[in-house]
Design a protein. Structure first.
Length: 516
């Protein structure tokens, strides 16, 4: 119904909820019997866009969202009886849509004296759903959140007002509402580039790693048009994809729409709310992903209708749909998740660097303690041997050394702390090995190896990665090659891509000293 208001060139939509009804009013052109607007409105499942000229609204400034004329039936899914009242060119009209029509299925007229609008005057339409089976969310803030997720066309030229009693919320700026909550962003196409300016500047010196402006993705495809003639088309994908700063407190109610989603739009109409389950890998960091992608070729008038019959998704075998999903799966989603890893690493960088500095300081203290320990041992051994004299047995010398070690062992008290802070297992790999490396990582965790003991540079868990900006070889040199601790070993796992070798690799967990 909001989409119908948009197609009517409305600038304001009023959603009014009361005890007995839900009313949706808009200040669009309105309809009349005289100009045929009402007859056109009552057509169901008749394509309204035959030619390119049909694809634009009456003002010529908007592309139509509707196509099949089934949107009006949405109101009947909410209420048994729905009043449609409208005004245009000084003409007032009203009738009742009902699930149970009478009198040979004729529309029941609403007398002109009973037609009343709450927010519009000269032109527009109101849909009144009596005794609705469904209610708006108990908080208008939740209604606002959910509408923003499914209807991105909101701006100063198309505002939505949500009203219940004395409460009122107005949605008039989609961009700032959503972009202000993001940590990373990739935009596609010039129409969406300005969104990058609205993402908070959390790490100014690294902003170009977190926020990226790209040109639209263009994919050449070959398809048959409605007449069966095969032609070449350019599938252009525009829009944006990003990740939230945090998911804490976002989904306030279980009835809220999901916060992590990638929606597909065509002609600015949402065609599918969420393709993330089909393009993602169910990874933990996918909970931060949000995006809205536009592919207007989905709604090109000369091509077959791609939408499912319920208008809530697209036909999975359509070439356009397959190409978009493959692009998101193989490229776009992977790129934004990598930026999310950078954001996480930057957030943890300071804490990790403090920990590294502390470990380096402990290494220096250990070095001093070790030198003191060695000097004291040498002095004690020499003194005790000289005190005994020339005729000294090997057992006596061993006893002297053992006693000296015991008496000065506290000098090395930092060793256990340093050893505890070290990584113990290195998964050596390239980004292409990540799927197999993830299996190794999961296996180690399953065998009770702490994540803090694993060094895995492409890990989804930031605990296993070195601090941002620190090279893995520098890290290994500082705490293993040049360490004064006697614990200088590091288990080294190299993923093997051959599936037959994987089974041979897994039993080595026993050699690693892992339980099970």
């Amino acid at each position: 119904m909001i989409a119908n208001a948009y197609d009517a060139d409305a600038k304001n939509v009023y959603i009014v909820s009361s005890q007995d009804e839900i009313r949706i009013e808009d200040d669009g052109h309105g309809m009349s019997y005289v100009d045929g607007g009402i007859a056109k409105y009552l057509n169901v499942a008749v394509e309204s866009r035959i030619t390119e000229d049909d694809s634009f609204t009456k003002s010529g400034t908007r592309r139509k969202i509707g196509r099949k004329g089934v949107g009006k039936l949405a109101a009947l899914s909410v209420s048994e009886n729905v009043d449609v009242i409208t005004t245009a060119n000084g003409e007032l009209s009203g009738f009742v849509l009902t699930r149970k029509p009478e009198d040979k299925n004729k529309l029941k007229e609403i007398p002109e004296d009973n037609i009343e609008f709450q927010y519009i005057r000269d032109h527009g339409t109101a849909i009144v759903m009596h005794n609705p089976q469904y209610r708006l969310h108990k908080t208008l803030a939740a209604v606002k959140r959910n509408l923003l997720k499914i209807f991105p066309l909101i701006d100063s030229n198309f505002r939505i007002h949500i009203i219940r009693g004395t409460e009122e919320v107005t949605i008039d700026d989609f961009d700032r509402e959503i972009m202000g909550e993001l940590s990373t962003l990739i935009t596609l196409g010039s129409d969406f580039a300005q969104l990058s300016e609205l993402v908070p500047d959390l790490f100014p010196s690294d902003r170009n790693r977190l926020v990226e402006i790209r040109t639209a993705k263009e994919i050449p495809i070959t398809m048959k048009n409605k007449e069966g003639v095969e032609r070449e088309y350019n599938l252009k994908i525009e829009g944006w994809i990003g990740t939230y700063k945090s998911t804490r407190g976002r989904k306030a109610e279980i009835t809220d729409f999901p916060d992590n989603f990638i929606s597909l739009f065509a002609n600015k109409k949402m065609g599918e709310f969420n393709i993330l389950p089909t393009v993602g890998q169910n990874k933990l960091n996918e909970v931060y992903v949000v995006g809205q992608l536009h592919a207007d070729l989905f709604e090109l008038t000369e091509l077959p209708d791609i939408a499912l019959s319920n208008r809530q998704g697209y036909k999975s075998d359509d070439t356009r749909y397959r190409e978009v999903r493959e692009y998101v799966r193989k490229e776009l989603l992977a790129d934004i998740l990598k930026k999310r890893e950078i954001f996480t690493d930057l957030g943890k960088k300071k804490k990790k660097l403090v920990k590294m500095d502390e470990q380096k300081l402990n290494e220096e203290k250990l070095k001093e303690s070790y030198n003191k320990f060695r000097s004291n041992i040498e002095s004690d051994v020499v003194k005790n041997i000289l005190d005994i004299g020339e005729n000294i047995s090997s057992d006596s010398i061993s006893g002297i050394i053992k006693n000296s070690f015991n008496s000065h062992s506290l000098d090395l008290g930092l060793k256990s702390i340093i050893d505890l802070q070290k990584k113990k297992i290195l998964i050596s790999q390239t980004i292409g090995d990540k799927p197999l490396s993830d299996i190794l990582h999961s296996m180690l965790l399953h065998n009770n190896v702490p994540a803090e003991d694993i060094l895995y540079t492409n890990c989804d868990d930031e605990v296993c990665r070195v601090p941002d900006g620190v090279g893995v070889y520098d890290y290994l040199r500082d705490f293993f090659v040049e360490s004064y601790s006697t614990q200088k070993y590091l288990y080294y796992l190299l993923p093997v891509k051959t599936p037959n070798n994987l089974g041979a690799l897994l039993p080595k967990s026993v050699l690693l000293g892992l339980p099970g």
